[in-house]
Design a protein around this ligand. Structure first.
Ligand SMILES: [Fe+2]
Length: 290
């Protein structure tokens, strides 16, 4: 079975005011936040250490659950693409967007379209709609989009009934395939993981879909902290794991999943790699069975 790395919340693109008109919007709040605090937290040197560590650890695939940018300016999408390309090819790396990548409403062309090779389903016939499906070995990576523009001071997300309906159909179709279904989503899906203003508004409806259709693992970011939970599936609990930000100079982390096939399903364990500020490198920081 392939080893899957999970990284999230890179916030890899420093905020610059190239066009003041871009900031006559919610972006002014993001610019202030970046200037006052976030530029000290999300550091390029941590991402460079991540790049080195991924090269050494050499996972079979890397899942990135969004928030590559800060305020979704067009230059951020091309700078984030450069980071993606440094981390791996579209064959090696799968992406779903986060709320910062939809900080304000942006045209797809010149923004998300730049990331298309990393976002898209394997089968072009599935189109650009979410959920996406990418198969890597015995992993079926199901990508959701919870990134939607919101009012100032909100960082919530939503999937919407149409995406949830397509998700239930897709998970149902995959159920008998023998593949390990891994759901990628930016926002946490369990209550209380983040504050109400940062929540997934239709998390309860998503949990109902998972209860009926099942999945083997759900991974998310957004909380900027490690979080382990479960949600009900049709035949037992589904592990739900949140990862910290991969660029946080104080406590960056990423996860490595090892999946084993057993007669009664899959056994999944996670290894944590944490950034050590004193050394400027990532190192092993514990593991647990899910
Ligand atoms: Fe986020």
């Amino acid at each position: 079975m392939p080893t899957l790395a999970h990284v999230s919340d890179l916030h890899a693109t420093p905020v610059r005011v190239e066009n003041p008109l871009d900031f006559a919007s919610k972006r002014i709040f993001g610019w202030l936040s970046w200037r006052l605090k976030r530029h000290k937290i999300h550091r390029a040197e941590v991402l460079e250490a991540l790049e080195r560590d991924l090269e050494t650890v050499a996972p079979d695939h890397v899942a990135v659950t969004g928030d590559l940018t800060n305020v979704a300016c067009s230059f951020e999408f091309s700078e984030a693409l450069a980071w993606l390309e440094r981390l791996g090819s579209p064959e090696l790396l799968s992406l779903v967007p986060g709320n910062h990548d939809a900080y304000v409403k942006v045209p797809r062309e010149g923004t998300w379209s730049l990331w298309e090779p990393y976002l898209a389903s394997d089968d072009p016939a599935r189109g650009p709609e979410f959920p996406t499906l990418r198969r890597r070995g015995e992993l079926a990576l199901v990508g959701l989009c919870s990134a939607t523009p919101t009012r100032p001071l909100l960082a919530s997300g939503s999937l919407g009934p149409a995406q949830l309906e397509r998700l239930e159909k897709l998970l149902g179709e995959l159920r008998g395939s023998g593949l390990c279904r891994v759901v990628l989503v930016h926002h946490p899906i369990t209550d209380g993981t983040v504050t109400p203003r940062r929540r997934l508004t239709d998390a309860a409806a998503l949990r109902e879909v998972l209860k009926r259709a099942g999945a083997e693992l759900v991974i998310h970011g957004h909380g900027h902290h490690q979080h382990f939970a479960t949600t009900a599936g049709p035949s037992g609990e589904i592990p739900v794991v949140g990862v910290a930000s991969a660029s946080d100079a104080r406590r960056a982390e990423y996860h490595l999943y090892d999946v084993e096939r057993h007669e009664d399903g899959f056994r999944i364990s996670v290894r944590v790699r944490a950034y050590e500020p004193a050394r400027g490198e990532f190192a092993a920081s514990g593991e647990r069975a899910l």
